[in-house]
Design a protein around this ligand. Sequence first.
Ligand code: ADP
Length: 659
Amino acid sequence: MAILSYLSFRNIQNENYLIQKNFDESRVSLQKELEDALEKEQSKIFQEAKAASLFLYELPKSLLEFGNAANFKDVNGIEAIFLYNNGTLVYPDISSKMLSHTSSFPDAKPSLAESALYQSEQESSKLQEAEFAREMLARNPLLTPKEQTQNILGLVRIAYKKKDFNEALRLLKILESRPKQQGYLHSDLTHSINLLHFDILVKMKKHQEAEDFCLSVLNQFLQEKTIEDIPATKFFFETAFTQILSFENLKQEKREAFWNLRGNFNRQLNYTDILIHNQELFQNTLHGENLSKSGVLFRSEGNVTLFRMSYPMLPGNQVVIAKVDNNAYQSRILDKLRITAQRWNNVPFSITDAKDSLLLGAIPDSANVITQVSFNAAPSWQLSLYEKDVGEIRKESRHRMFLMYGLLFFSLITVIFGSFFMLRFFIQEHKLLAMKANFLSSVSHELKTPLTSIKMFAEMMARGRVMKVEKVQEYSSLINKEASRLENLIGAILNYTRMEHGTGAFKWEKLDFSVCAKKVFEAVEDIGVEKGLSFKTHFDPNVYVMGDYTALYSLAQNLIENAIKYTNAPGDIEIKVYNEDDRAVFSVIDTGVGIPSSEQKNIFNDFYRVGDEMTRSTKGSGLGLAIVKRVAETHKATISLVSKPGKGSNFTVRFRKVD
Ligand code: ADP
């Protein structure tokens, strides 16, 4: 313990130094672990993007193959994947039809007449009127083609409202035979017309025809050399595919095919849209020089970040370009970094993005930056590691010192208390041993004295030297007296050992204490009277207690015998047993030698005897009151003693009364 305390003390001196060193090591580890975690997660994303692009490369080309194709697996953190072979785009293949910007915008406003007619169409009361006017207009040879188109569209709307679907289809056929027509809102009406056509077929419950129509529009679209309007195209196919998928009688195989078709087609359109809006960045990325050792090249412009990976698994000069989904990518990597950093929560660090906004960690108010590294990856993030705040180091060392002092203090207290208790234990043990030795010698002496007398008288009688009858009687009664002394002594020792074994040996019963005390009194009365003492007794009837008869008998006997033993003639002894509230009270009061107050506590100890003249000349074992105390304790009784040397003693025992 002492060595430990000394070592703790020495440690305190090194605490500041150790904390600083520990912190330096932690900082280096944190940096390395963060860099590793970032690299690991990124290469995971690269791998997943590669695996996904493999599927795109093998994408079924014919429509009917779509039903068998596995679902494309989206990569968390990647928005779009593009596949190039020898510098030519392979996926999305519809991107090869680049967007042709139809420069002629539709007229901003319809003519007044057209607006009025459109208004009438909306009100059912004027529908008839509007139809009539439209039919009249249709016959007007002076209408421009655009006006004709609008008029036919109006007639289609009216037929659709009247649920005259066949008429609506007939009119749509006329419009479909004139491609590339413009409306007021769309530069190209084709998709609106197609959508109307498809919708009418669905309304007529011609599901098979509706499916065929959708596929024929798709075929037509794939054969076109250019894409005119991606949002409109997307809208038509999204609506049509969704409708078809909701057909109840659609066969499982076809449902799967349309499901996959919808997914793949949408993806192609979305990717193409991205490609079209970032053509320059794609070219830069495709032809940029490869800088990083991982073979991945990042290029960003505004919010758009692309990365290029070479693709060695496939023949030819394959290249994958992926567009990063900024938020998903960022949170995917940050999640990993956050977990890594958790282990090093005592190292101040921050991760900031290119715009200096904080992504992870914290920027301390006043701490010097120790290390600053750029993560050389898509997120052009910066990792900063800061000096540990001096105050914090002090605080930590104070905390540790406090702990150490605490330990030291605790150790000292333990040592002191331990020694104290050990010492006390040894002293007690020593005392006990001395007392036991004393007891044994006094017991053996006590045993020997009556035995010697018995032996002597018995021998004398045996040798026939005692002739007179009176002498024989005298010796016999002496032998008898000594024998009962022996008996009493052995009884006390047995009683004592019985008490030592505890209550297990007791037989508990309800008994009248007056009866018990009276028995004791009757047995010893003669001895007292012989000594010249006078007795006063008071035994109330029915003083019931719960207890062991033999134990209580021995309690009463010891107290009464002591009163007789330690009172010189002429003296008085009063014995009382009575009820008092919920207590049963037993008192023995004598006018004897009394006990000095300094001894009153000791006399109840095992083998203890007061060292005065009176006691020395009186026979005893020092066990009587020890037995009284034990019996009282096991019976949950209290003992009170009032005594004055030369005046006398009053021993009172209070038991719990039972009814
Ligand atoms: P012993 O066998 O010596 O009587 P006890 O345990 O009964 O042993 O008593 C312990 C000591 O207490 C006695 O040695 C005596 O000095 C003292 N003592 C006990 N009872 C009385 C009493 N009634 N009056 C005076 N002294 C007493």
